[in-house]
Unconditional design. Structure first.
Lengths: 290, 318, 429
């Protein structure tokens, strides 16, 4: 029985979910969309962030979101280290895409297994004061568990957008993304710029990990379930466009929730990916693509 | 001295293995050997598209599962001989490959890779919701007790997979040395330039996808009889996806022998690891080898041999 | 050797010879492997058991219980004077590995007896090979594996019984119709996975049997992140009773969503896997209050079976180190009980012949740490015995409260029930 109330709540929940998906995807938007690095291991770094949040929350009682914010600099450095390795091994020789893809595939597995060995196979959750209560409006119920990550995601994404459009470094990254060769001719150290960008991308994984474990229980192999979603959103949004990522993420979140509510959730994954396949077939440059 | 043509070797080796299978009574080697041969097929099939043309397929599991579930449907309908199931599985998988290829191969390779990933997920969701083949409850596929001409049905499965491995390898070799193979190599090196030279890139890529997918489907067809209980998680296991990529990479992607070497090496390591050390390390080994080889020896073991050969004979690398 | 004195180097032949004699003495005294000490051939029991993959957590718990059994038996001198030796491999919750593992166990390791791994898929994959060798197979944690084969040497330790499809939800519905006034409508939710699907089919049958109208019936994909919308849809149908069949991640999600939205219904819960595990009990804490769920064992005055308290005490001490579930209320007692059944059968029939063992097990009732156990012709428990409990009075997130009587109140079946069912769902103390 479909009521207005039901539909309204579905859309609103979908938007909250979509916001979260945007935070999860923005790292890929930067790495893949702007830097053309197919970092298929990104979701497992997010899971790593979740586990760090879990340990800190379990042992020190610190809020998980605070924990991952503190962990961001570490992830940034990790990103730089990985990029350095990636660059030395692959980019210099110019064979690029395929080998890089396979490399990150290997990284995905190694990190996942390390997490498995360290934490075991169980699902982990965190305790916070905002898991449980709701904000209620007239017809709408918003669980704080989703609202806080949504707010955080929007902040993150807006911050990044401003960073890329208004700061010198951010614009340098966009420039490198547009035409690296031209920039290198202008004596810009493109490698250093890209290195920084990749570091930022991995740093976002830390925060997304915090959001993830607030929203749902996390186990080491959860990353694999997000690979498809993340790339779907990135492509739908038009590679490299943060605005596009947000719009695509919101659309996906709403589609998933509406399908869930109206037709039964078991079809939701197929619907999202069917949408992706159609997009690739009809308009591969995505929504905001150039 | 006339050189023995290279296509003779797979047949000779297979003949030796076949002879051994008649003598070895221990069924464990049949079970383990089946898996190794299955990966030889998957790796060789993947390499036809991935190695020769550079288009990475993440959805090997999808094509494999098409073959497996095809057999389930046939088993429910009229229980044909296995060979028929293999043939039909190959055809259906090949057609799915055709459709996917046509939709996505006009774009960059990365989009194709993402599309194959999406394909695997969509297919798994469809199968999960399809009660006729059991859906999430799985399907019990009864393994016949015996079959004429073989000591046991498991032995028969092993020999069937051996035959498929030979077919896959010979097909890969045939493509590699034909104009198709040269066209795919041109695409791999520089697609734009190839187009300019008049290479029919789309048609070649679609052809390669069809052959690759079809072979993977054929590898999946006997699986329900091997495992006797098929559920979507087993059929669509991520292990197929990652192994299909890792094995050609480790073995060497430019020649047909590469995937064979990689498959035998990695599959045997994984089988041994299963019955010796802890299993989580199993995946670690695959991931570690993947990273190691791709960084240090990107042309795989075959590449290392070629390099060694060149150094020895003092030739400059081409 | 020449005549002059040579200072003997440390590892000289002489020293080595002396060491050998010393080792021999040690062996004779029994400090080396039991087989040489007792002089008897060990009985080898082989199996695959998930130590990784989705069911790895349960597999670890089951393995710990089986090892505890082995230690206990060997301390008593083994069975028929022979010590027990376990040979096991991690099946990674992957049925594709099972044929290889079991054929190795039989053909290479030459085990005397085999056990099943944990989970329906892996036991289903093992059964044909076991059948081919005409061996016995005792397993825990699988449903309907023997339906197609009807093998007479297969036994299942899950207390769901032969009618697992309906028995898994029966206690829930019985509790539901015990409410005054009788409820009229039910909502059914579940993940689209093997377990949930089976249970839901049975739940629909039970709904009809107990006279409840199904007003909502939905499945969700196993990796569903967000449950608010499905709970909202459920609420919109205004059911008197809500039944859920779920796996750990979705169990947590559903409970949280119900808590957040203050689900208005008279009774809520179901066959929710995961609520039996210590990790989720601890994490969800007070959100569990008034939820109904099935358990295999909870501390209660009615479940004081011989040996269970000692078993749990030793298990809980070893659990942290083994990386297994800290409470051990779910699988471990049943895995241990299965071994007790095997032990009794081997001792009484004085041999390892599978046919004799199977015949004995079918014909008798066994006293185990989980009470009296007897088997139906198809290997399931003759009488299902799932305990339906309602969580009451949970405060905070500490684990110790679950070890006490009173936090998990058995409401069905009647022979084990104590305490009263609280309803409606949102009733507070």
């Amino acid at each position: 029985m479909v009521t207005f109330n039901l539909l309204l709540n579905a859309v609103v929940t979908g938007i909250l979910l979509g916001g979260f998906y945007a935070a999860v995807t923005v790292g890929i938007t930067i790495a893949f969309g702007m830097l053309d690095i197919v970092n298929i291991a990104h979701p497992v770094f997010i899971v790593m962030g979740s586990f760090i949040a879990y340990i800190v929350n379990r042992n020190f009682g610190l809020d998980p979101l605070l924990a991952v914010i503190l962990a961001m600099p570490l992830f940034f450095l990790l990103g730089i280290v990985i990029f350095r390795f990636y660059y030395a091994a692959f980019e210099k020789s110019g064979k690029g895409s395929l080998r890089g893809l396979a490399f990150f595939f290997g990284v995905l597995f190694v990190v996942e297994v390390t997490l498995l060995l360290a934490f075991g196979v169980d699902y982990r959750l965190v305790q916070t004061s905002y898991i449980g209560p709701n904000i209620g409006f007239d017809h709408i119920d918003l669980p704080l568990r989703m609202v806080i990550p949504f707010a955080g995601s929007i902040t993150l994404v807006t911050g990044l957008h401003l960073f890329f459009s208004h700061t010198f470094i951010g614009r340098a990254i966009m420039a490198v993304a547009q035409d690296e060769f031209a920039l290198s001719l202008m004596a810009v150290d493109t490698v250093a710029v890209r290195q920084l960008a990749f570091g930022v991308a991995i740093a976002t994984a830390a925060i997304a990990g915090g959001f993830l474990i607030v929203i749902q229980p996390v186990d080491p192999s959860l990353g694999r379930e997000y690979i498809g979603r993340v790339f779907a959103i990135c492509v739908l949004g038009g590679l490299g466009s943060i605005t596009g990522t947000v719009i695509a993420a919101l659309i996906l979140g709403v589609i998933e929730t509406i399908t869930s509510t109206l037709f039964g959730p078991s079809w939701a994954p197929a619907v999202s990916f069917a949408a992706l396949l159609l997009t690739l077939a009809i308009r591969p440059s995505g929504i905001m693509g150039r | 001295m006339t050189r023995v043509p290279s296509w003779v070797w797979p047949i000779v080796v297979a003949g030796l293995v076949l002879a051994a299978s008649r003598v070895v009574k221990n069924e464990y080697y049949m079970f383990a050997g089946y898996v190794v041969l299955q990966y030889v097929v998957l790796a060789s099939a993947w390499n036809i598209l991935g190695g020769y043309s550079g288009y990475v397929n993440f959805g090997s599991a999808a094509f494999f599962a098409i073959g497996a579930y095809g057999t389930v449907v046939l088993d429910k309908l009229w229980q044909p001989p296995l060979v028929v199931a293999i043939f039909l599985g190959g055809i259906v998988a090949s057609l799915v490959g055709l459709v996917t290829a046509y939709l996505t191969l006009r774009l960059r390779g990365v989009f194709f890779a993402i599309a194959t990933l999406a394909l695997a997920i969509v297919l798994q969701t469809l199968v999960m919701n399809w009660d006729y083949v059991g859906g999430p409850l799985g399907y019990y596929c009864v393994r016949p007790d015996s079959i004429v001409g073989f000591p046991s049905y498991v032995n028969y499965l092993f020999v069937v997979m051996l035959a498929l491995a030979v077919i896959a390898v010979l097909v890969a070799r045939a493509i590699e040395s034909s104009f198709i193979g040269r066209g795919l190599a041109a695409i791999r090196d520089n697609e734009l330039a190839a187009e300019c030279c008049g290479v029919p890139t789309l048609r070649l890529k679609v052809f390669a996808t069809m052959v690759s997918g079809g072979l993977m489907g054929m590898a999946g067809a006997p699986f329900p009889y091997y495992i006797t209980y098929l559920d979507p998680n087993s059929a669509f296991s991520f292990a197929y996806g990652i192994n299909s990529i890792a094995m050609p990479l480790v073995g060497g992607m430019t020649r047909w022998i590469g995937p064979v070497i990689g498959a035998v090496l990695l599959a045997v390591i994984q089988q041994v690891a299963t019955v010796t050390i802890s299993s989580e390390l199993n995946l670690m080994i695959v991931g570690g080898l993947l990273i190691g080889f791709i960084t240090v020896a990107p042309n795989g073991i075959v590449g290392l041999f070629e390099q060694y050969g060149q150094q020895r004979h003092g030739r400059a690398s081409p | 050797m020449t005549g002059h004195r040579i200072k003997q180097p440390f590892l000289s032949r002489r020293h080595f010879g002396r060491a050998l004699v010393g080792v021999g003495a040690l062996a004779a005294s029994g400090s080396l492997p039991l087989s040489s000490a007792l002089g008897a051939e060990p009985i080898k029991i082989g199996f695959g058991m998930a130590q990784s993959g989705p069911l790895g957590g349960n597999g670890k718990a089951a393995l710990l219980a089986i090892e505890m059994w082995r230690a206990d038996v060997n301390r008593r001198g083994g069975i028929l004077g022979r010590p027990i030796q376990l040979v096991y491999y991690d099946d990674q919750t992957n049925p594709a590995l099972v044929p290889g593992i079991y054929s190795k166990l039989f053909d290479v390791d030459k085990v005397d007896l085999v056990l099943g791994g944990y989970g329906t898929a892996v036991q289903a994959a093992a059964l044909p090979i076991v059948m081919q060798r005409k061996q016995l197979l005792i397993g825990t944690g699988a449903v309907a594996v023997n339906e197609k084969y009807n093998y007479d040497k297969y036994f299942q330790m899950l207390p769901n019984g032969s009618t697992a499809r309906t028995s898994t939800s029966e206690g829930f519905f019985q509790a539901a119709v015990s409410m005054q006034p009788k409820p009229k409508t039910v909502a059914i939710l579940g993940a689209v996975t093997e377990f949930s699907r089976n249970v839901i089919l049975g739940a629909r049958e039970n709904a009809e049997k107990f006279g409840l109208k199904i007003v909502f019936d939905r499945g969700y994909p196993p990796n569903q992140v967000e449950f608010g919308s499905i709970i909202r849809s459920t609420q919109a149908a205004n059911p008197d009773v809500v039944f859920v069949a779920s796996y750990p991640p979705d169990s947590a999600g559903v409970i949280r969503a119900a808590y957040e939205q203050k689900l208005q219904t008279r009774m809520f819960g179901g066959a929710m896997i995961g609520l039996q595990y210590s990790e989720l009990k601890q994490q969800l804490g007070p959100m569990l209050n008034n939820v109904l769920c099935y358990e295999f064992y909870v501390p209660a005055p009615t479940t004081d079976f011989p040996g269970i308290k000692e078993f749990l005490h030793v298990y809980q001490e070893r659990a942290t180190q083994a990386g297994a579930d800290l409470l051990g209320f779910y699988l471990p007692p049943y895995a241990y009980a299965g071994m007790q059944v095997l032990e009794k059968a081997v001792e009484t029939t004085k041999g390892l012949d599978p046919t004799a063992l199977a015949k004995y097990i079918h014909a008798n009732t066994f006293d185990t740490v989980v009470g009296e156990v007897s088997f139906a012709p198809n290997g399931d428990w003759a009488k299902p015995r799932l305990l339906y409990v309602q969580y009451q009075g949970i405060v905070g997130n500490d684990l110790e409260q679950f070890k006490r009587v009173g936090t998990q109140v058995i409401v069905e079946p009647q022979e084990f029930a104590y305490g009263k069912l609280r309803y409606p769902f949102l009733a507070s103390d």
